[in-house]
Write a protein that binds this ligand. Sequence first.
Ligand SMILES: NC(=O)N[C@@H](O)C(=O)O
Length: 572
Amino acid sequence: MSSSDHPPFTALTELSSASLGASILSISDEFFAQAFHLLLPKPAQSLKGQFGPNGALYDGWETRRHNPDNDWAIIKLGTTGTINGFDIDTSHFNGNEAPAASVQVLYIGEGEEPPEANDARWALVLPRVPLGPSARHFFTVPETQAVNCVKLNMHPDGGIARFRVYGNVIPVHPKYPGDLFDIAHVFAGGRVVFTSDQHFGVGSNLILPGRGKDMSDGWETKRSRQPGHKDWAIIKLGAAGHLSHVVIDTANFKGNFPQHCELHAITSDSDIPPHPLSYSPPSTCYPSEDGALTTKEDEWALVLPRVQLGPHREHYFQLESAGKSAFTHVRLTIFPDGGVKRVRVFGSKEQVLGEEVALKGFEHADTGDLIRDNVAVEGHISLRKIPALLLTPEAFAPYGQVIQSYPDITSAPPSVKITLANFGTATKYHKLSLLESSYPGEVSATTGISVYRCQPVEVAKSGTRKEVVLNALERHPFTNQAFLPMGQDNDSAYLVVVTKNGLDDRPDIGTLRAFVARGNQGIAYNTGIWHQPMTVLDRPMDLACVETQIGNGEAADCEVIKLGQRVIIQII
Ligand SMILES: NC(=O)N[C@@H](O)C(=O)O
């Protein structure tokens, strides 16, 4: 039976999976094979011909023979949910399979003792049903109340390989509607509702808790061979949300991570919104004039333009056009193919954005540097709280380079040349950034190394988060500029706030991005990139600065302007 033949309830969340944290609370017996196998995410394997001290080995739960009553296993679900169906799988049990099964459920409150087998509250939701050898048995039931414990009864004894309980999560959301949280998370009610391909790893792994343990518990598509190929997964969010930022985790995907990805978002009443190439039932597609089925691709908002990904690492990206709508689905597209471990889509149920305001231009700098005309700047910015995300080379690439080593060299960007050095006592990460200077020859600018001893800035608190007000930006028109923390540990941190230059030769506030750099990360701003003057957090830091300058305080060295509006940087 292919997965497409499985009953509809198998598209819901597998509440009993160990991947969600489900566990065995108690059992009547597990003499031949332990009950925890019931909850494993991987399909049962044959252990034919392998024996242990008690008998033949099985990848499942198997009890002693001749039970005069019935065996049972009590399971705590990974999260509270309503149940719509069961998959009782007797794969590889033949001659010793359980002849019949039944299922009871109940809910226990926070801190309550685990239920006993004879607890009066057990409600029978699947009366006794026959089972056969080496087969999956699907049973649809009327949706139950919210429960978190399930009792699987075997009549009278025998073996069952896997027990899968499908249903809908009772979402867990923050108390305050303006709080940021991962709206895609399975515990928030998120569901992966479509994948273009999941040959090696299923799409539902993308929203599981934690970072998993190896390459098997991510979403992985098969290798594509056509030029221009792409794969995609659609996640229905646990609530309509105003999106802030996304985390794309390629943990354990070291040679098969996607080269690039992008993220779209949509607001749709459909479980599976219309999307390219999935000519699914007409209800989610739209006939064009010539009657061909089309999909309203333009309904999807591009919230993360195509970005590069790296191996075996978490990537943090702020989302664009975010905050303007409450989106119900996101679509992650990977190019050309590959594996992604997790996707975390952070947002809030209530808009935390300020009203749209036009920037009133850039006030005259009061630093004596270049004085700019105080011209109103075209353009708008939602005075939303710009999230400052952990710095990664891929997210910072449009603005500069990250200067760092990697605890696991397989997680370094593939473009970085890495060799041993110093007779094998060092690992060298070659030329992570090059020094640039385009000063006219006659100004005799020189390249040097300075040290900035920076004191931490005052930070405000908003709930549990720290906030810093951005009020000035600077740029160096003729040189790039590197900052390298000196003698700092991982607990030190500094803020990196950048924008690209706009067509009006002023900061393009729409490209504003903020990052938190750790004490073991240096940065190099590309020439001309507007950036907040060095801003360290929490504790003083010494940073070496490599740049080319004339050194006479001229604007050619450093041009400073002040924002006419408060922009709040929220440390995530
Ligand atoms: N696991 C195993 O050995 N089972 C058989 O011996 C049996 O069904 O008793």
